[in-house]
Ligand binder design. Structure first.
Ligand SMILES: [Zn+2]
Length: 347
């Protein structure tokens, strides 16, 4: 990295608001080598919105010659190809996608939401309250789209915010570890999630051991503590403690029940109590990793430095993309008018 690019990076990083101690949230953070292959909230949202826009476009124009994008390839949306085929510029569509994406990052940055488990589907105690919040927000969004002149900017903000929480469901809970192959269709729609949630007195995780790490992995854990990219992340408030890092396999007990990780920065709302043997979010940023049950279950990143279940990261990201598409499709069905196309910047 040249000195000028390092200076540019530093300025970019310092211009960001302070992050919560949670998910590697935006593509901006891919400067850090261990996060290079991570699917971020904005990556997931842009991939999904491209497919939603394509579907609406084809249904509206009948142009079936347009090739359907595969959102799970996480490639840039082919607006230029659409423009050539349809003789129409797609700048508003690109802008709308970026707006959804930026707002799907925000709950990790905003002081009012970053440490509130109800915005991140954290802690099994708060799962129902999180879903209730999403249902209320979805109702407001649908009503907002039915008026003659909707406020599209605030609707994109609200949708982006809801998408953040919906996407977190797949990397923070044990839905993926349960072997589920489809998103949970009840989220943001029904108060009953269609699955039993672990009650407060049910042990949900067993202790992970740091002995599971190889000497090489342990060296990585300690080297990362001194790495300049990590120091930059810490400037953003994304703390890292090598002693929080565990690699966990098969540490979820009672896997027929839905659970989610507890998180250090959310202790004021949802404290982790050692005697309950609940799961932690886990990873270098989570101080509850060291409270029994030690370790954690998050799949937020593709590195064990931040995610004890990093090997399931891509499965969680792919399902978050599908859940994002489903969320849009549900709103489209409920609204059933051209305002949905306008929301997508297509009409
Ligand atoms: Zn989050």
């Amino acid at each position: 990295m040249t000195r000028s690019s390092l200076a540019h990076l530093l300025l970019t990083v310092l211009a960001l608001p302070t992050l919560c101690d949670c998910f590697a949230t935006s593509e901006v953070l891919a400067f850090a080598a261990p996060l290079k292959t991570t699917r971020f909230h904005d990556t997931i949202t842009n991939a999904a919105v491209c497919k939603v826009q394509y579907d609406w476009l084809v249904s509206k124009t009948g142009k079936t010659t347009l090739k359907s994008p595969n959102p799970l390839e996480y490639k840039p949306c082919p607006y230029e190809t659409w423009a050539i085929t349809l003789f129409k510029l797609f700048l508003p569509a690109r802008a709308a996608s970026l707006q959804f994406a930026a707002n799907s990052v925000k709950p990790d940055l905003d002081e009012n939401t970053k440490n509130d488990p109800r915005f991140h589907f954290d802690s099994d105690l708060m799962i129902s309250a999180t879903n209730a919040r999403l249902i209320a927000q979805r109702t407001a969004i649908i009503n907002g789209l039915k008026v003659p002149a909707p406020d599209y900017n605030s609707l994109r903000e609200a949708i982006g915010s809801s998408l953040h929480t919906i996407q977190d469901f797949y990397s923070h809970t044990n839905w993926i570890e349960m072997g589920k192959t489809q998103p949970n269709a009840h989220i943001a729609v029904d108060a009953d999630l269609g699955i039993q949630i672990a009650p407060p007195d049910m042990a949900m995780c067993s202790d992970c051991s740091r002995d599971a790490m190889t000497p090489q992995q342990l060296k990585q854990v300690n080297d990362w503590d001194k790495d300049i990219s990590n120091n930059l992340l810490e400037l953003l408030g994304w703390t890292y403690d090598p002693l929080n890092v565990y690699i966990c396999k098969n540490n979820i007990l009672n896997n027929g029940y839905l659970t989610s990780g507890y998180f250090g920065s959310e202790e004021a709302t949802a404290p982790k109590i050692a005697s309950q043997m609940k799961c932690s979010h886990g990873g270098g940023a989570d101080s509850t990793s060291r409270i029994t049950a030690t370790g954690g279950i998050n799949k937020d990143t593709n590195t064990f430095l931040y995610s004890p279940h990093y090997d399931l990261h891509y499965a969680a990201a792919d399902m978050a993309v599908q859940a994002t598409i489903n969320y849009f499709n549900g709103i489209r069905e409920a609204v059933n008018n051209d305002n949905f196309g306008r929301l997508l910047g297509l009409f």
